[in-house]
Design a protein around this ligand. Structure first.
Ligand SMILES: C[S@@+](CC[C@H](N)C(=O)[O-])C[C@H]1O[C@@H](n2cnc3c(N)ncnc32)[C@H](O)[C@@H]1O
Ligand SMILES: [Zn+2]
Length: 351
């Protein structure tokens, strides 16, 4: 079965009370992917200009487009066929699919379709904008040219960058988070979204002015290889910025719990994250609570559940020291290497 067709896991509880606050998880959010697979009417679509940026991930030759259904200048349904090796990649609900499933990222498919707008900046909220600046050392307003986000999740950083003048931003993710990203920002003229694997990126080498990847590489099966793939996509003079989890001298108990939680059904880990978030008030009275039960300490209950779930559910979660990451940057021959204060965020330039 194709990755774009599968629905997120089913849940039985939808409203939770935590620390006096209520979190509503509407059923239609959970069912949205399934219902969309039979209806193309509301979804935004692939923009033809993306064809200038993508190639066959297998042999790096150009792709021919066959349109099955289009809306004005956008393509909702069709396929891309390699001119050289004849590999075909379907366009499903406006998103080109360069993978046959979401593979090991099923937890993220579910997570980002459930919490599809939680971290989006709206109105006067600027948290994601600030996070981008802290983790890349770049001001979103000053980002220019062709930009690639590897592992875009539900598209919160694409949303921030899409407001900048003179930017075309391409986001890809292995998981079905692309469905949520598409809904959030896919219809914007300067945003393109596709489902692909960082290990087999469907782009020519040295094609982007900036490549960034925040909180992604440590969730792949081979983080260093993923990083090197991304470096190869940056043009000469362009920049790369990554943020990865920090390795501590004394690992938290959550690393041990993850042996079990990363193998549990996702809905069970969600239930446990909700339970922990519900018990968060205990840390005020019992100082060992957070040591025994490591969890997000964010004040907003919904974000606390999301963050806790994000720690405990992914299959892979590697951690690194600053030295590890600087070594990668040096090995890749990057210049102007900058280690930012937000651990562990590092930026460099291809020369
Ligand atoms: C913690 S989320 C971060 C999402 C986004 N960068 C953000 O901060 O909102 C990690 C993302 O990496 C994606 N990911 C993991 N392995 C990947 C791979 N091999 N190729 C592309 N994306 C991948 C997951 O599907 C998930 O959406
Ligand atoms: Zn090919």
């Amino acid at each position: 079965m194709h990755g774009g067709q599968r629905a997120v896991p089913q849940l039985s509880f939808l409203t939770i009370l935590t620390n006096g606050a209520k979190i509503h998880i509407p059923m239609d959010k959970l069912l949205r992917i399934r219902s969309r697979s039979t209806s193309y009417s509301e979804t935004p679509s692939l923009k033809e200009s993306l064809l200038n940026l993508i190639v066959c991930p297998a042999c790096h030759h150009n792709l021919d487009l066959t349109i099955k259904k289009r809306m004005d200048r956008e393509i909702e349904h069709g396929f891309l066929k390699c001119k050289q090796c004849s590999a075909a990649y379907p366009i499903v609900r406006g998103i080109p699919r360069f993978v046959t499933s979401d593979h090991y990222t099923r937890s993220f498919s579910a997570e980002w379709n459930l919490f599809s707008t939680t971290q989006l900046d709206r109105g006067t909220t600027t948290g994601t904008r600030e996070t981008f600046a802290e983790k890349t050392g770049l001001s979103p307003d000053k980002v220019m040219g062709k930009v690639l986000e590897a592992g875009c999740g539900m598209g919160r950083f694409l949303e921030v960058l899409s407001h900048s003048q003179g930017v075309t931003v391409v986001g890809f993710d292995l998981s079905l988070a692309v469905e949520a990203a598409y809904k959030n920002v896919g219809s914007r003229d300067n945003v393109h979204i596709l489902q692909a694997d960082v290990m087999k990126p469907p782009f020519n080498e040295q094609s982007f002015d900036l490549v960034y990847s925040l909180g992604v590489i440590h969730h792949t099966s081979n983080p260093k290889e993923a990083f090197m793939k991304l470096v190869s996509l940056v043009r000469r003079g362009g920049q790369i910025a990554i943020w990865v989890y920090q390795k501590y001298r004394r690992p938290p108990l959550s690393d041990f719990y993850r042996i079990f939680t990363s193998r549990m059904p996702w809905s069970t880990v969600l239930a446990l994250s909700i339970l922990l978030s519900h018990l968060y008030w205990l840390q005020k009275h019992w100082s060992y609570f957070l040591v025994l039960f490591p969890m997000s300490t964010l004040a907003d209950p919904e974000r606390r559940v999301l963050d806790t779930l994000d720690w405990y559910s992914p299959k892979y979660q590697f951690k690194f020291t600053r030295g590890d990451i600087v070594d990668w940057f040096l090995e890749a021959g990057l210049q102007e290497i900058e280690v930012l204060s937000n651990p562990i965020s590092v930026k460099g330039r291809v020369t």
